[in-house]
Ligand binder design. Structure first.
Ligand code: HEC
Length: 414
């Protein structure tokens, strides 16, 4: 039945050559579990695209409604928290998958001639993914979103000559506000997806033109040749399923709560970045001042990206065996050790940091014990009899509040 359908389609669409290019691609040295990270990344990209489409159904990209629309997704929409969790953890998983994919390519010297272009397009794909992570942080419009984005924009501002201009383009004005949110959202859901799809297609096109690199040893590569289908396809599919199950578990078990709604006047809020920016966040702490600051915010990141792009030309020897490339692998290993040490230090600092003032904790408990939310609202939760208390701390000082609680009449005229 199926084979007759295939024969029918083949006679109309000439599928046989397509099948040959897609499935019969020879893999030097045969299929291997070490080659799965590229397809895992591609799978996660599709997961992000699909969950993002569903989130966009309910999301409203304006400061007045963004936060509430995410709250609505979290509390009212069927499977809302699950889909948002998939999108959140899918982003993290995508960063991990890209990291492993690059590590494999780096270790195997697969960026070497004739695959320089594939590597360079890959570096651009990494940058686009970082762009997704950065622009995706603002849409929930909570305190963390607002202040972390502020930090990122300030870093762009430190670039000489064009920094101020870039900041204006990103913000759409003098402050982070409604225009910034619509810009970030448009870039996140329209510009970046369009760009990344073109580059993914180019990455795959180059892969099909030059073929996969296979093992580093020429003898092993020459020993056997196996088509992409069926064993490599099977391995890729197993890994995609595994990755999907991990992201589903995270989405179900680890909630990703909103912090308070963004409050542009609260300059004391300390944002915490996503774990994949933590190493850099920690690094910035050691690099303060007029000289070290700019080095950390644009000189080193710029040099790092340039170095990545130029890697195939800086290390062009055809020798791919790790043992004969001690310098390049040593530099790569030193970089990775640095990143993990910084992540460790950052996690230690974050744990030592008092996340909430004890007075705030006991205040919250009292607020609950006396049922204040029966009449008052805080960030949209509670009754409407009394005034909204979300920002009461900005409007009333401690003495006023104590006086108000002791003798409400005394303050009611103010
Ligand atoms: C029965 C309803 C009700 C309950 C319960 C209630 N409040 Fe109020 N609250 C009000 C009303 C009405 C006002 C406005 C009174 C006024 O302006 O004189 C108010 C005013 C306030 C204000 C001053 C707000 C401002 O900026 O003018 C604060 C602070 C406050 N309440 C805190 C609390 C706390 C804390 C609790 C819980 C221990 C609480 N309220 C319980 C009804 C309530």
């Amino acid at each position: 039945m199926l084979s007759r359908l295939y024969a029918w389609l083949d006679s109309r669409l000439k599928l046989e050559p397509v099948k040959e290019t897609l499935l019969d691609e020879p893999i030097p040295g045969g299929a291997s579990w070490i080659y799965v990270f590229g397809s895992a990344t591609l799978f996660l990209f599709f997961l992000q695209a699909i969950t993002g489409m569903f989130l966009a159904v309910y999301y409203a990209p304006t400061p007045d409604h963004a936060y509430d629309s995410i709250r609505y997704i979290e509390t009212q929409v069927l499977f809302g928290p699950f889909v948002r969790g998939l999108h959140h953890w899918g982003a993290s998983a995508m960063v991990v998958a890209i990291g492993l994919h690059m590590l494999q390519v780096f270790l195997y010297g697969a960026y070497k001639p004739p695959r320089e272009l594939m590597w360079m397009v890959g570096v651009l794909l990494l940058l686009l993914t970082m762009g997704f992570a950065f622009t995706g942080y603002l849409p929930p419009w909570d305190q963390n979103a607002y202040w972390a984005t502020q930090v990122g924009i300030n870093m762009v501002g430190s670039v000489p000559f064009v920094g101020t201009f870039l900041v204006r383009v990103m913000r759409g004005g003098d402050t982070l506000g409604a225009l910034t949110l619509s810009r970030f959202f448009a870039v996140h859901i329209l510009f970046l997806p369009a760009a990344i799809m073109v580059l993914i297609a180019l990455h795959m096109f180059i892969l099909r033109r030059v073929g996969p690199a296979g093992p580093w040893s020429k003898e092993r590569a020459a020993q056997s040749r196996e088509a992409f289908y069926p064993r490599q396809v099977f391995m890729d599919a197993v890994v995609m399923l595994g990755v999907f199950l991990v992201v589903v578990m995270l989405a179900l078990l680890v909630p990703f709560p909103l912090t308070d709604k963004a409050n542009p006047s609260d300059h004391n809020f300390i944002p915490v970045p996503e774990w994949y920016f933590l190493f850099y966040y920690q690094f910035l702490k050691y690099m303060e001042g007029p000289v070290l600051g700019p080095i950390a915010t644009w000189v080193l990141p710029g040099a790092f990206i340039a170095l990545l792009l130029a890697l195939p030309f800086l290390d062009p020897h055809h020798e791919r065996e790790p043992a004969s490339r001690p310098l390049v692998l040593g530099v790569g290993a030193a970089f990775l050790v640095g990143v993990f040490v910084l992540i460790g230090l950052s996690v230690r600092d974050l744990q030592a940091m008092k996340r909430t003032d004890p007075a705030v904790v006991s205040g919250k408990a009292l607020y609950e014990r006396f049922g204040c939310m029966g009449c008052h609202r805080i960030h949209g939760e509670g009754g409407a009899v009394g005034p909204d208390l979300s920002y009461v701390g900005d409007q009333r000082d401690r003495d006023w509040l104590i006086k108000h609680f002791r003798d409400p009449q005394s303050t009611s005229l103010s």
